[in-house]
Design a protein around this ligand. Sequence first.
Ligand code: GLA
Length: 390
Amino acid sequence: MKYSLFLLLLIASVTLYGQKREGIALTPPMGWNSWNTFECDHVNETVIKEMADAMVSSGMREAGYQYINIDDCWQIGRDSSGHIIVDSIKFPHGMAYLADYIHAKGLKFGIYSDAGTKTCAGRPGSKGYERIDAQTYAQWGVDYLKYDWCYTEGQEAIASYTLMRDALYETGRPIVFSICDWGTSDTWTWAGEVGHLWRTTYDITDRWDGTVWGNLLGIVNILEKQVGLEKYAGPGGWNDPDMLEVGNQRLSLNESRVHFTLWCMLAAPLITGNDLRNMADPVKELLTNRELIAINQDSLGKQGFKIYDEGNFEVWQKPLRHGEMAICFLNLGNREKQVEGRWDTFNIREFTGAYRWQNLWNPQEQGETEEALSLTIPPRDVWVVRLRKR
Ligand code: GLA
């Protein structure tokens, strides 16, 4: 009798542990996160509620965006039982209240912590409190956890992230697990077993290119670091080239278009980081482009890859279901780019037969791949099409 009880417990614990939650993030997660615009000092309950409101009123929810995620700086300490304490000045009604507010809008709620002793902004981390924190998040109604990697001296990434993965799994609540060790452990090689998305680089900033303060990267710098990572991504586990800067200050509209298009091609999580309450119309049009979102969310779950490189001119391909594909012609240079030539000169993989193409930023523009290409791409811009077999 005792022996069979022991066996039962053993089987129960083996089925409870040792895996990530399956069946979620089957396409790249879409949502919004507070960090890129509000950072530490300006995030609070009002901002989060207004962002949930704006997600709905702007049409972004209808376009597929779901998560409203609070990043760093919501937590201030721990009580004597080890439970995390929410900053009651910034979040006077607590997190369960916010989760309810967000859920009532048909959206999902995300939160942030860190695998070390402190978060990157110096707030309490989850080290040693993984299970208690996971239980707390589940009780609040959290649907997504971003888990950072500051203050982790002496810790090993796989073990630390696996600990939180198991703690989340144990809650029984489906929670998307976002790994954020910036690719420093060749994260893509192991993270598919542990999380649903994993950062591949240090932080993004709203610049075309260049490195700022040693570790903030421009859009183009991040893009180049994705080459070769495509084989690690698929339904339930995505490379994360960081949150979107579309619509933020230092990117021009065409630079934002390149950024959004390439993140769609990469099957990257589309976590916006702009102020949704006062988006200019052209920015809203970028973020809600149905054709591009369909490329990103295609159920085949293939990450796009570079097939052609002439320096300032690149071609990227993303396979789609039913033998369709997206092809993106990217002008990284500061001058117009003339593209002339037959379709079969760009190394497109599995390019068999004749296709009809459709420009995804201008769906009226269509043509046949049997005709040679002839186009002009403005500086720092893209020409992106979907190919359907005829
Ligand atoms: C790290 C992460 C960022 C953000 C900040 C918060 O830098 O990479 O995305 O979460 O911490 O402090």
